[in-house]
Design a protein around this ligand. Structure first.
Ligand SMILES: Cc1cc2nc3c(=O)[nH]c(=O)nc-3n(C[C@H](O)[C@H](O)[C@H](O)COP(=O)(O)O)c2cc1C
Length: 182
């Protein structure tokens, strides 16, 4: 059974709300065990346990929040125990254009240092609204397209875990029957 961890830091609650929708999306794939934890609740055992992580941070000064970076810096002695897991990112920013995509890229970069196989979405959750570098939005998720963007990145993570860890080729997104482009 594939194992997915939604791991986030949230100072004021917006990224936590995103994380909850990401977890909902991850749970759309049957047979995947989904766990939602903040970095203050999670331990290194949670990171070892999972096959894939959706990693979320608010955008702080155009990049990842310091607490999130510290979580991974503290894991560094064990970096070679983590190779080969699947990773994706999400971020809440204060305003559109505030750097959330840069934060996602940094989250992906952090995971690459641990040997994660990272991905973005080719999907659109609505017209002109995609998540190529991860799910990004300003403030908390409110509109359907923002919520769907969070759900979609979580769903895709579970799909990739199902395909690559459980050998469930029917879960491959190219076989998906839901709408992937608007
Ligand atoms: C220290 C700090 C730095 C921030 N820097 C940025 C920034 O560079 N760009 C931006 O759009 N918002 C910035 N914000 C706003 C947060 O990204 C935004 O409020 C986000 O929704 C907070 O997520 P949270 O509720 O999960 O903490 C900053 C907030 C703080 C506290």
């Amino acid at each position: 059974m594939g194992r997915v961890l939604i791991l986030y830091y949230s100072k004021d609650g917006n990224t936590r709300k995103m994380a909850e929708y990401v977890a909902e999306g991850a749970a759309e794939i049957t047979g995947i065990d989904v766990v939602l934890k903040s970095i203050s609740e999670a331990t290194r055992e949670d990171v070892y346990w999972c096959d894939g992580i959706a990693l979320g941070s608010p955008t702080h000064l155009g990049t990842v929040a310091a607490d999130m970076k510290k979580f991974w810096e503290d894991l560094l002695p064990d970096w070679q125990k983590i190779d080969g897991k699947i990773g994706c990112a999400f971020s809440s920013e204060g305003g559109w254009g505030g750097g959330a995509e840069l934060t996602c890229q940094t989250l992906l970069t952090i995971m690459m240092n641990f040997g994660f196989l990272v991905f973005g979405l080719t999907d659109y959750s609505a017209r002109q609204f995609t998540a190529h570098y991860g799910a990004t939005l300003a403030g908390e998720p409110r509109s359907e397209r923002e919520i769907e963007s969070c759900r979609r990145i979580g769903r895709r993570l579970s799909e990739w875990v199902a395909v690559y860890f459980d050998g469930r080729h029917e879960a491959h997104p190219l076989k998906a029957t839901y709408i992937r482009e608007f």
